[in-house]
Design a protein around this ligand. Structure first.
Ligand code: IMP
Length: 462
């Protein structure tokens, strides 16, 4: 049964409507957003895991099991899909917000692995009652739609993301809270079938769900997940009122954003910082500092525009050195050079305070390193990203080529330890992106990290 959260505070009669302390608190909240600045897979998991001990709460705001966040510590790699990357840290609450999607069976598998590793998920995790559920037929629909698109397929993760977000927009989606009343789930599925879903499934050659079977699933899922479901928005509001710090965790990346990415080759949610307040139900000003995670080069999985892709030997070298294979699907990632045009766009769209640059060590050994400084299109030059795929097809990146370095970056713990050419590359990348690098990762392990003096992240690194 849904139980209303306890009353936290009722102001006395005659109290000022906006206490000064509350207003002050709202402006000095030590909150941080960590979002993807490229096409996903930038290494957000490592960054969030590293910073999580300095926060009371880690809140994931969009996406679902399409994400694959890797956290490496103690010589072991841990893959997360739904669960925020703060789950391994003692004393940190991990919240999965209203704007996310949950695939219950996939989540149960993820939870089982964490429990086996001794992670006390019950005390650390809360799922929003408002989050939407990926039903098995959403996965079937995803695969069937991709099949029909043939040469124009998006290259989705086939986790049912598009169909589940579509159901939400159609207003016939199933939310986690609905699982408590399986009859409502059956009725919702029935309603969707009657309103056109049945015809769509039939046209695509996919099986229609049996509403009673959906109800049985709901019952089983609620029995296992019910204790983890609650009012995430309320918990966030309480954290804000108490001025406990919140880390907002993004999934995918800016160029996969449903509105601002390389549409239609995007995911189905708002991956950008602006998605945080909408998806979590917190005021925009609660998102105090925003950092964008980017690789020192670029990768993309799935189809769609990728101007700096290198289809030759250098791309292969980056893929092998960077182990660029998907955490969720195992697919080889497309690899290429750092795109400062796309990065500057990400800096502006998200209002980035800093870039956290990952996998810098992967560039070691390349004779030269390239950065795209502009795009050439129809004989002219631009530093703006085009709005259509048709225009992207005509884009040729303009590169600046810098000397590489061969020295190993193992053991680099300050910028001064970097080889001279590596420092020059970093400085140029900052200049072209119009944003400082606030964290540099030179290896997968937590320790292989540099936070430069003066970085906005300094206050969370001590
Ligand atoms: P979907 O999110 O599964 O619908 O996939 C849409 C596009 O986003 C495809 O190009 C996917 O490869 C890409 N995508 C989705 N999730 C991720 C991610 O976590 N990392 C990188 N790409 C992703």
């Amino acid at each position: 049964m849904y139980t209303a959260p306890p009353i936290q505070c009722i102001p006395p009669v005659g109290a000022p409507r906006l206490p000064a302390l509350f207003l002050l608190g709202a402006y000095v909240m030590p909150n941080l957003a960590v979002i993807g600045a490229q096409w996903g897979d930038e290494g957000k998991g490592k960054v969030v895991d590293l910073l999580a001990p300095h926060f009371s709460v880690v809140a994931r705001y969009q996406g679902g099991p399409n994400a694959g966040h890797t956290v490496v510590f103690g010589g072991k790699s841990h893959a997360l899909h739904h669960i925020p990357s703060g789950i391994f840290r003692d004393g940190v609450r991990n919240l999965v917000g209203a704007g996310t999607l949950v695939d219950p069976d996939a989540l149960l598998g993820e939870l089982a692995k964490l429990r086996d590793e001794g992670v006390p998920v019950e005390s650390r995790l809360l799922l929003s009652a408002r989050a939407h559920v990926i039903m098995p037929f959403h996965r079937d629909l995803d695969a069937a739609l991709e099949g029909r698109l043939a040469g124009a397929a998006i290259g989705t993760t086939k986790r049912g993301i598009g169909p589940a977000y579509s159901a939400k927009s159609q207003r016939w989606g199933v939310r986690l809270a609905d699982l408590e009343t399986p009859d409502d789930v059956a009725a919702r599925v029935e309603q969707a079938l009657g309103a056109g879903l049945a015809q769509q499934l039939q046209a695509l050659g996919a099986a229609a769900p049996d509403p009673r079977e959906s109800a049985r699933l709901a019952e089983r899922w609620w029995a296992e997940l019910g204790p983890l479901v609650g009012d995430v928005t309320e918990e966030l509001h309480q954290a804000i009122a108490d001025r406990r710090s919140i880390l907002f965790e993004g999934a995918q990346g800016t160029m996969l954003d449903i509105d601002h990415g390389t549409y239609p080759f995007v995911t189905s949610s708002s991956t950008i910082a602006g998605g945080i307040p909408a998806s979590l139900g917190v005021p925009p000003r609660a998102v105090e500092t925003v950092v964008g995670v980017a690789k020192a080069y670029a990768t993309r999985v799935g189809a769609g525009p990728f101007p700096t892709e290198d289809k030759g030997a250098t791309g292969d070298q980056l893929r092998e050195a960077g182990r660029e294979y998907g955490t969720t699907t195992g697919r080889p990632r497309r690899c290429g050079w750092f795109d400062a045009v796309a990065m500057r766009y990400a800096v502006r769209v998200n209002g980035l305070d800093a870039i956290t640059l990952t996998k810098f060590d992967v560039l070691t050994g390349l004779p030269t390193v390239k950065i795209a400084t502009a795009y050439e299109i129809d004989g002219g030059r631009t530093t703006s990203v085009p709005p259509t795929v048709r225009a992207y097809d005509r884009v040729r990146p303009v590169y600046e080529e810098l000397p590489g370095w061969s020295e190993s970056l193992d053991g680099v713990r300050s910028l001064a330890d970097l080889p001279r050419n590596a420092r020059a590359y970093l400085a140029r990348l900052e200049e072209l992106s119009e944003c400082p690098v606030g964290l540099l990762s030179v290896g997968a392990d937590r320790a292989a990290t540099v936070i430069p003096a003066g970085s906005v992240l300094e206050r969370w690194s001590k």
